[in-house]
Design a protein around this ligand. Structure first.
Ligand code: F6R
Length: 254
């Protein structure tokens, strides 16, 4: 399913409402969470809507997708700090149920296995939120990742390190490697919402639309997932064929 909204705030409104509906119907849901620029307005809107509706988030479990190898949980650019700042500290989550990969794990490969095992023990992901990289990665599953790959350590693609430089201070080095849930765990999620906003995603979204499922463009694998919704804004959808855009525009700015 493909849905196109006018802009990132209309996207945020929709995704936040979908998250709230999921949590209302299953208060102990397991959420798969992403970081990055795309998610910021979504989490901000979710926090507002959750407060307004008095949503109980205390029984939720979450597993984040990824973390840079070498960054501690209190490093300002770690995804732990991102999640605390953009979501966790704003609502009454149960900290014991919030799972993130540890960038300082002594043995990252073993840590990935343990993380995947913990996720399985929690019953897998009910609802997975995904952004997409300019090269089509989901989580940090870079082009060429095998579709059956479980949680693993990954050398980041050069394009990913360039794209993510904007989050780091001038002169700081973007870590070369990361740990990520694999395409195996992502595809096992019972429902997936993939979000892409902005012109910088238009090319890869058009490629996703045009191409068959291929490891070269990791998020094409989502075409095989029975309950995935692709949620775009008009800028990200701008290189899709006109007839697709016309059929799928469902929201306008509020
Ligand atoms: C982040 C993640 C990545 C991002 C992707 C898009 O946890 O898993 O796949 O979703 O790199 O990042 P933004 O939203 O910054 O363009």
């Amino acid at each position: 399913m493909l849905q196109i909204f006018s802009d990132p705030s209309a996207v945020a409104e929709y995704v936040s409402a979908a998250l709230i509906a999921k949590i209302q119907s299953k208060p102990d849901a397991v959420l798969g969470l992403a970081t990055g620029g795309t998610m910021e307005p979504i989490y901000a809107r979710f926090i507002d809507q959750a407060r307004q509706s008095g949503l109980d988030v205390s029984r939720l479990t979450s597993f984040n997708l990824d973390e840079y190898v070498g960054l501690s949980a209190d490093h300002p650019k770690s995804y732990s700090v991102y999640m605390r700042e953009h979501l966790f500290r704003h609502l009454a989550f149960d900290a014991a149920r919030l799972h993130l990969l540890d960038g300082l794990a002594q043995d990252p490969a073993e840590h990935c296995q343990a993380y995947a095992a913990k996720l399985r023990a929690c019953g897998g992901i009910d609802l997975q939120l995904l952004g997409v990289g300019g090269n089509g990665h989901i989580g940090f599953n870079e082009p060429g990742t095998a579709f059956d790959c479980p949680c693993h350590v990954v050398e980041l693609a050069e394009q990913t390190r360039i794209d993510n430089r904007r989050f780091f201070a001038a002169g700081a080095t973007v870590p070369a490697s990361a740990m990520t849930l694999g395409l195996a765990e992502i595809m096992a999620a019972r429902e997936i919402l993939l979000v892409a906003t902005g012109e910088s995603k238009a090319q890869i979204v058009a490629e996703w639309y045009r191409r068959d499922v291929t490891e070269t463009v990791p998020f094409t694998i989502l075409k095989r997932h029975p309950r995935t919704t692709m949620i775009l804004d008009e800028a990200a959808a701008s290189l899709l064929p006109d007839e697709v855009s016309r059929q799928c525009v469902v929201g306008v700015a509020g």
